[in-house]
Design a protein around this ligand. Structure first.
Ligand SMILES: NCCC[C@H](NC(=O)CCC(=O)O)C(=O)O
Length: 444
């Protein structure tokens, strides 16, 4: 086996709900307060993992955050026993309560930025958890994310773990959702592309006017320094502020790269020609720019179908598949466009559609649900083996979901102390299944 790219998907947590917490994320706001199905959500995610495993890919599993985050509720002044804390928050600060229940860590594309060993000066794989400062419910993720990543990638000779960036909007960082990599071989030097939405310290530069730009250039530069990237192989590009204002809150809603292919919408970036030229100069061999024109697919279609929030996976040196949400099949213009991509002269030869609707309703497609980690054969062997999916783990996780997860969750359920207990019991058992130790504060 040569070098590969593994996907580490987030297991959807037992408190998955629709709270309308993400301004700028159209699906999140549109589905606010609808009734969720945590069981269905977790099973949809697990089915996608299993399908990729069955296609022959290395598939990892990342544990969710412990929710509700009762520690945050106490920190902001709700006291008493756990049940009293929940009831008081339900009455006086309902939105805050739902933020502390959010299962948003399922979108592991936002867990961290990862730089493979081929790109880093010390030859280790570097991880920096994303601080996710722009949304309160997500800003409470990075510490536990760091614990989980250290437990999965737990070999100091192979993996280097950094602390998340300063917790301020100036260093707003959304992880791999704004980062992609082009390379000829996963294990060799590649080009890391950091896409940012605004400049933190220079007010005169372009930025969106309606919705927030979550990622700053300063954050991206800090990650590149921490990860010891070579300047020559690092490219920064600004997201087109107009598309952020149309609901493209992360770059992975409008672009995805893999090996020698960059698949994106013509309006995705600012200064696209200059960006393409920079990439081509650095790449040396042929690069395929698969650019969707607006006249075939509108930005609105991209946002509603998640055409680019797809996984681009390599079966071998010449053949790739797109892992797409079912919404892409249901949208006529998008479906037609995808068929033309498969027929055109590029390595993409197939599209596989998956039902991840529970996640889509909160603005997360197939690509949001996974963190990519390029690994050499030795590096695969250094990963915690109990976090790598096989038939046995798939069956155990299915049974574990059946045992603990509810079929339905409504906002009024969040004041129920039993839900907290079910959730913590489930996660306590999960840490044993995945052999990741006591990563949660309720276990310490
Ligand atoms: N990469 C996809 C992330 C989606 C995520 N949605 C949410 O958090 C919605 C949660 C809610 O509204 O209940 C976000 O916007 O960061």
């Amino acid at each position: 086996m040569s070098s590969i790219e593994a996907n580490f998907d987030g297991l959807v947590g037992p408190t998955h709900n629709y709270a309308g917490l993400s301004e700028g994320n159209v699906a999140s706001l549109n589905n606010a307060q609808s009734i969720s199905s945590p069981k269905k959500a977790a099973k949809q995610g697990l089915a996608k993992m299993k399908a990729l495993h069955d296609m022959g890919f290395v598939q990892g599993v990342l544990a969710p955050q412990a929710r509700p985050d009762i520690g945050v509720l106490r920190r902001v002044g709700f006291g008493g026993n756990d049940q009293q804390v929940l009831e008081k928050a339900y009455k006086h600060a309902p939105v805050l309560l739902s933020a502390c229940f959010s299962a948003s860590s399922m979108w592991t594309a936002n867990a961290a930025t990862v730089s493979p060993s081929g790109d880093t000066q010390d030859g280790k794989i570097h991880f920096t958890p994303a601080n996710l400062t722009n949304k309160f419910h997500r800003s409470i993720e990075p510490k536990t994310t760091g614990n989980i990543l250290k437990a999965v990638f737990n070999d100091e000779a192979t993996f280097s773990h950094h602390e998340h960036l300063p917790e301020n909007d100036h260093f707003g960082d959304e992880g791999a959702a704004n980062h992609t990599r082009l390379c000829q071989d996963y294990g060799k030097q590649g080009i890391e592309i950091f896409t940012f939405g605004r400049y933190a310290f220079n007010r005169s530069m372009p930025k969106p006017t309606i919705f927030p730009a979550r990622q700053t250039k300063e954050a991206s530069e800090a990650i590149a320094r921490l990860h010891q990237l070579n300047e020559k192989n690092t490219v920064y590009v600004q997201q087109n502020p107009d598309v952020i204002d149309q609901g493209v809150f992360h770059n992975d809603v409008i672009a995805v790269g893999n090996r020698n292919v960059l698949f994106y919408h013509e309006q995705a970036f600012l200064n696209t020609d200059q960006f393409k030229q920079q990439l081509q100069e650095r790449f040396e061999e042929q690069l395929y720019f698969v650019e969707a024109p607006t006249e075939q697919v509108s930005v609105e279609d991209c946002v509603s179908s998640y055409l680019f929030n797809t996984q681009l996976v390599s079966h071998n040196d010449n053949e790739m598949s797109i892992i797409a949400p079912m919404h892409c099949k249901e949208n006529e213009a998008v479906y037609r466009y995808l068929q033309s991509v498969v027929q055109a002269d590029n390595p993409i030869s197939n599209v596989h559609y998956f039902d991840v609707n529970e996640s889509m309703k909160n603005g997360g497609g197939p690509a949001c649900l996974r963190l990519r980690v390029a690994l050499t054969e030795n590096e695969v062997n250094a990963v915690n083996p109990q976090c790598l999916l096989n038939d046995d783990l798939f069956n155990r996780l299915n049974q574990w979901i059946d045992k603990y997860y509810r079929d339905q969750l409504a906002f009024s359920d969040l004041k129920d102390g039993n839900l907290l207990k079910e959730s913590y019991d489930a996660l306590d058992e999960l840490t044993k299944i995945l052999n990741i130790g006591n990563v949660y504060s309720f276990q310490q």
